[in-house]
Design a protein around this ligand. Structure first.
Ligand code: BTN
Length: 246
């Protein structure tokens, strides 16, 4: 990963640039990283706050020869790579909230956005966007995010080099991508579950058209969340916002 790196000062969205490079046939492992995004995108067309010099705003282009339904696994693999990188460099224990949030002490520190360029049966490119709040102070966050977002610096009590964190994430992701290509998702699924906060807990999943409450019992081999409701019925959740209970 990182054989080609596009480093930008200010850009609307690294995700948008990565999509364009992917379409133009850039090498697999191309990275787009920016100091600031003016129009950072989150899941479900939400805005992603990406102020200058404080965070990691980056997108990675991969080209696994796989059908599109495997794509959610890449969100999970990336989450493991990021959680471990934070653990390796800081005295913190981040946790993963399915599908794409990394939390420290219950507040969001990282979001992952996995998007595809694909036919119905074949992925052309997978664009993994990673947004990490690294060195923001509390005051750097807009008021409305204070209760839900945090940064590594706030939780770690000091700044962390963003370039070292990027290197560690890429090293981890490269390792796990290799394991995935050789052995499939099974070994990584176990690792993911060891960091996941939602598994085994009562949760509420809000999908675009329904609300499902029950116990999160695990994820499938494809990365789909399984919830068992109070009648014992198991629901497969492909995309939702999750509220985790006790
Ligand atoms: C989410 O939690 O909703 C996902 C947030 C993903 C943000 C990253 S920052 C780098 C890349 N470029 C974007 O515009 N979004 C992703």
């Amino acid at each position: 990963l990182g054989s080609m790196i596009q480093y930008l000062d200010t850009i609307d969205s690294t995700q948008k640039v990565a999509h364009q490079l992917a379409q133009e046939g850039c090498p697999e492992g191309t990275i787009v990283v920016a100091e600031e995004q003016t129009n950072g995108r989150g899941r479900l067309t939400r805005h992603w706050h990406s102020p200058k010099f404080t965070g990691i705003w980056m997108s990675i282009v991969l080209r696994p020869k796989l059908p599109p339904f495997k794509a959610p696994q890449f969100t999970l693999i990336t989450a493991v790579a990021v959680v471990q990188a934070i653990e390796q460099l800081c005295d913190l224990q981040p946790e993963i909230k399915w599908p794409n949030d990394i939390l420290i002490k219950g507040k969001k520190v990282t979001g992952i956005l996995t998007e595809l360029q694909a036919d119905s049966d074949k992925i052309h490119s997978i664009i993994i966007g990673i947004g990490i709040n690294v060195n923001q102070t509390r005051e750097d966050f807009p008021e409305e995010l204070h209760s839900v977002a945090t940064s590594i610096a706030i939780e770690n009590g000091g700044k962390l080099s963003r370039s070292i964190l990027i290197q560690q994430i890429l090293a981890n992701l490269e390792k796990y991508y290799q394991i995935y290509l050789e052995k499939g998702f099974a070994p990584l699924k176990l690792l993911w579950e060891s960091y996941a906060i939602s598994i085994g807990k009562d949760i509420i999943a809000r999908t675009v058209n329904e609300v499902i409450a029950g116990k999160a019992i695990g994820i499938s081999d494809e990365g789909v969340l399984k919830i068992q409701d109070k009648n014992g019925v198991i629901h497969d959740i492909y995309s939702a916002d999750i509220e985790v209970g006790k």
